[in-house]
Design a protein around this ligand. Structure first.
Ligand code: GAR
Length: 201
C-alpha cells in the first residue's frame, strides 16, 4: 500500500465511538487510514484523554472562545490543513457545521447517527434525545446510520445502517448503550475503512 488516509476525528464528549476507531486501527479493521488527529470543541471531553492514551495528537477548537460560527470553522480548517487531513469523522460531535465548511470537504466527512435515518434525525436530534424520541414514538426497531455529511443535518448519502430491536423495558439510557454496542461501534470503523480505501485507491 502506497499511503494511508490521514483521519481526524471530531468529538465533544465521552468518545466511545473514538475508542471503537482506535481499537479498530489496532486490530487491523482500519488498514487504509490512520487516526492522526482528534479535535474537540470542548476541552473537558473525556474523548481527549482516550486520544492521549492512544498517542494521538489532539486539538481543542472552541466556538465559545472564537466567538462566531465563521471563526470556529476557520479554526477547524486551519488545524485540518496543518495536519494534512484527508478524512473527517464526526464521532459524537455535537456542533452543526455550516455549508461553508461542508462544501470544502465533499465526500470527505462522515458522521455516525444513533437512529435509522430518515427517522429521528436532523436539527435537535442528538445523543440521548434520539432514543427518547424513538421510545416515545413507540417504534419497535431503531439502529444506527453512518453517512456522508453535507449541508443538510443528517441528510447526506447513507454509507451503512444496522437495525437494533427496542425492548419493552428499555429506557433511553439502556437503548443508547445497546445501539452503540450492537451498531455504532461496528459500523463506524467499517465505514472509516471503506472511505479511507476509496481515498487512497
Ligand atoms: C453517539 O451515540 C453518537 O451516535 C451520537 O452521540 C453519541 C456520542 O457518544 N451522535 C449524535 O447524536 C450526532 N447527531 P460517544 O461520545 O461515546 O461516541
Amino acid at each position: 500500500m502506497l499511503r494511508k488516509a490521514k483521519i481526524a476525528v471530531f468529538v465533544s464528549g465521552g468518545g466511545t465511538n473514538l475508542q471503537a476507531l482506535i481499537d479498530a486501527e489496532k486490530s487491523g479493521i482500519i488498514k487504509s487510514g490512520t487516526l492522526s488527529l482528534v479535535v474537540s470543541n470542548n476541552e473537558d471531553a473525556y474523548a481527549l484523554t482516550r486520544a492521549q492514551n492512544a498517542g494521538i495528537k489532539t486539538a481543542v477548537v472552541s466556538k465559545k472562545a472564537l466567538g462566531s460560527q465563521a471563526a470556529f470553522e476557520e479554526g477547524l480548517v486551519s488545524v485540518l490543513s496543518e495536519n494534512k487531513i484527508d478524512l473527517i469523522i464526526l464521532a459524537g460531535f455535537m456542533c452543526i457545521l455550516s455549508e461553508n465548511f461542508t462544501k470544502r470537504f465533499p465526500k470527505r466527512i462522515i458522521n455516525v447517527h444513533p437512529s435509522l435515518i430518515p427517522s429521528f434525525c436532523g436539527k435537535g436530534f442528538y445523543g440521548l434525545r434520539v432514543h427518547e424520541a424513538a421510545i416515545e414514538y413507540g417504534v419497535k426497531v431503531t439502529g444506527a446510520t453512518v453517512h456522508f455529511v453535507n449541508e443538510i443535518p443528517d441528510g447526506g448519502e447513507i454509507i451503512l445502517q444496522k437495525a437494533v430491536e427496542i425492548q419493552e423495558t428499555d429506557t433511553p439510557e439502556t437503548l443508547q448503550k445497546r445501539v452503540m454496542q450492537e451498531a455504532e461501534w461496528l459500523l463506524l470503523p467499517r465505514a472509516a475503512e471503506m472511505v479511507s480505501a476509496e481515498i487512497v485507491k
